[in-house]
Design a protein around this ligand. Structure first.
Ligand SMILES: Nc1ncnc2c1ncn2[C@@H]1O[C@H](COP(=O)(O)OP(=O)(O)OP(=O)(O)O)[C@@H](O)[C@H]1O
Ligand SMILES: [Mg+2]
Length: 292
């Protein structure tokens, strides 16, 4: 016999929701622009994109199913750090905590999810934490639909040697997954054919060549991207080839005439945007942007 009152209600299937977001969300450089915009909102000053061609060892990872995500990836670094609010915000789709904060560009709480065009398992290191998302709930160990990801404080709970390979791809841009990281490093392992076959988010395969093409498109638009930012002064695009110790620069764009006066003007905008409307003072200034 059934109980009088059963648990029942409307639920959202996460991968279906992400699929829906991707349908309404263009592929291409907008994916990169969403990352830049979030970094700008986090008051970062520099963003670096890096195409990592490496395939890292995969024996000491969280689960056998995670081995498939040690291959080529898009990395995105910025020098902002996630606040508690940011961690909360990124885990709640469509409920941006920025809406009530003036001066933030983000509004809808979906932009980050454009990244699911190219990966099924996005992850990032920020401050003391490593976060891994697994919307399918089938790659990470002991995972549930209620919490489809993992977050570890690696300063308080040192990553075990048994997870050495899991941490290997993040040893870049000053990150060591052991001590506090004064920045944020995203890693988006590119969706392979095998992963696309098993994905209910997207059937799109991404290769290092497709990211390279994306970088070429960004090169055409990067000045315009930089023009509309508040805090970011420089965007660098790099690649890390197998066997290389350091990533090599492909191109970069930065505010070239970053004199104190210009920076103050920019800071003024940043400040003004977060001040009450009647205090807003708009200045005029010229930005020289150089692509190297
Ligand atoms: N680089 C970052 N540094 C700090 N927090 C970040 C960063 N990237 C994302 N976040 C957090 O993740 C949240 C989700 O980002 P997302 O882009 O999906 O939403 P949003 O920026 O609030 O709104 P929108 O959909 O309009 O972009 C952000 O609100 C922010 O709190
Ligand atoms: Mg955003």
């Amino acid at each position: 016999m059934e109980h009088a009152w059963q648990d029942f209600g409307q639920k959202v299937d996460l991968t279906a929701r992400l699929r829906e977001i991707l349908i309404n969300y263009p592929e291409g450089t907008s994916i990169l622009k969403e990352i830049v915009q979030n970094a700008d909102d986090a008051k970062a000053t520099i963003v670096k994109f890096c195409l990592d061609y490496n395939t890292y060892p995969a024996d000491a990872v969280l689960s056998p199913a995670m081995r498939a995500f040690q291959g080529p990836a898009l990395l995105a670094f910025n020098d902002g750090v996630f606040s508690e609010k940011d961690f909360e915000s990124i885990s709640r789709i469509g409920d941006s905590k920025k809406r009530e904060q003036l001066g933030k560009t983000g509004r809808f709480g979906v932009g980050f999810n454009a990244i699911y065009h190219l990966t099924d398992v996005p992850s990032f290191v920020s401050g003391e934490h490593l976060v891994i998302f697994d919307p399918h709930c089938k790659h990470l160990p002991a995972i549930s639909a209620a919490n489809p990801g993992k977050k570890i404080n690696f300063v308080q709970h040192a990553l075990q040697p048994s997870l050495a390979h899991q941490a290997a791809p993040y040893q870049l841009f000053g990150c060591n997954t052991a001590s506090y990281y004064p920045g944020t490093l995203f890693r988006f392992p590119l969706r392979t054919q095998a992963q696309a076959d098993g994905s209910t988010i997207s059937k799109q395969v991404y290769t290092p060549e497709s990211i390279s093409a994306l970088f070429d498109d960004l090169r055409q638009e990067v000045q315009l991207v930089l023009l509309f930012l508040k805090s970011i002064r420089s965007i660098e695009v790099l690649q890390l080839l197998p066997g290389q110790a350091q990533p090599q620069l492909l191109f970069s764009c930065s505010v070239a005439n970053a004199t104190e006066a210009v920076l103050q003007q920019r800071a003024l905008f940043l400040h003004a945007a977060s001040a009450p409307a009647d205090e807003v003072v708009a200045g005029t200034y010229r930005l020289d942007m150089a692509i190297r």
